[in-house]
Design a protein around this ligand. Structure first.
Ligand code: SF4
Length: 350
């Protein structure tokens, strides 16, 4: 038998031995879309002991982007401001339309693959606005681009406040978090220590996830509530001070609206006044303050709000794979390749 399978089986054996010592259901939450992809790709949920449940949390930045932000971007684009966005945001619905639909109405919306590409585009596309979205992982590059002269509509968010909001809500009893590897490579480990719950920062290979599960089960059995680092090959305890300094220099922390989770204090990154020439929200405030219909969005059967909080599985949504699929997304979790519904749907279509 190839060595990789033997290693894999030995991880599973250890997990099974630990799980058998815990005489109840254990809920572990993944906080990163890439972890959810690994779990789905290797069908890890199906091979774990039956008392170990993996839940996906709000780890997809596109999925938690507010309706208001999409409405604002639609307004800018329909007012003639060219936009550069990541492909994941293309179909994300606002209260009236997505950017895809705005483009169909004549808006200039370009899909780019990196912030550097947006910066080059801005050199010949006058007034171009880049849609800055993502957690601590992507915010440093956006900060760098603002300093280089790019105009940005910031929807960047900080991840740990969302973990705090989930824990404080008390809606879901979570026994442990598999913390996001990419975010942790920037912020390090210290920020997580305030959450009194077992946590393991993990990499993205199947063995990383299995080792993280094993480490969490061990913490639960030993009644420890620590932050452990399985992803030492990338994540340093202090994070990436250079990237953190860039965030600190360009952004200020403000409350932010998370789709599905509501307003979370001190979780948003807005561009500081000092860089107002690169802040689309200040530059185009006249366009943005026009009345919109964000508060009048139509009721929908979409269960994303519960899916993002780990309260429901995509399969519990009446629209899943019936009307809602990657080619016809009805909610944000089906739009992005990191969305829980997209991942579950794409996996079962294979
Ligand atoms: Fe929303 Fe579609 Fe997921 Fe249902 S299946 S929760 S409609 S994204």
């Amino acid at each position: 038998m190839p060595k990789i399978y033997l290693t894999y089986l030995s991880y599973l054996k250890k997990i099974k031995a630990l799980a058998s010592q815990i005489k109840r259901e254990v809920k572990l939450m993944t906080l990163c879309g890439t972890h959810s992809q690994t779990i789905a790709q290797y069908n890890l949920k199906s091979i774990l002991p039956t008392n170990i449940r993996l839940k996906a949390g709000p780890g997809c930045p596109i999925c938690v982007t507010s309706v208001q932000d999409i409405d604002n971007l639609v307004k800018l684009s329909l007012a003639g401001i060219p936009l550069a966005i990541y492909g994941d945001a293309w179909q994300l619905a606002g209260s009236e339309m997505s950017l895809e639909k705005a483009k169909a109405q004549g808006a200039d919306v370009a899909i780019i693959y990196s912030v550097e590409e947006a910066l080059s585009l801005s050199r010949w596309k006058k007034n171009l606005v880049f849609f800055g979205v993502g957690f601590e992982t992507t915010a440093p590059m956006t900060a760098w681009a603002v300093k280089k002269g790019l105009t940005v509509y910031s929807s960047h968010k900080l991840f740990p406040p969302a973990m705090g909001a989930l824990l404080n809500s008390g809606e879901l009893k979570i026994d442990g978090f598999i913390n996001p590897g990419h975010v942790s490579s920037i912020i390090g480990l210290k920020t997580y220590q305030k959450f009194k719950i077992p946590q393991v920062v993990a990499g993205f290979k199947q063995e990383d996830v299995l080792i993280a599960i094993r480490m969490l089960l061990k913490q639960i059995i030993e009644s420890r509530k620590e932050v452990e680092n399985e992803y030492r090959r990338l994540v340093k305890p202090e994070g990436n001070p250079q990237a953190l300094n860039l965030i600190k220099e360009v952004f200020e922390i403000q409350p932010a609206h998370w789709r599905g989770l509501g307003i979370i204090p001190a979780s948003g990154l807005e561009i500081k006044k000092k860089f107002s020439q690169g802040d689309a929200k200040r530059k185009y405030q006249d366009i943005l303050k026009k009345q919109d219909k964000s508060n009048f969005s139509k009721p929908s059967a979409c269960q994303c709000s519960a899916v993002l909080r780990g309260l429901k599985e995509p399969q519990e949504c009446p629209l899943f794979k019936k009307v809602c699929a990657p080619e016809n997304p009805q909610g944000p979790c089906m739009v992005s390749i990191e969305g829980t519904c997209y991942i579950d749907c794409a996996l079962t279509l294979l």
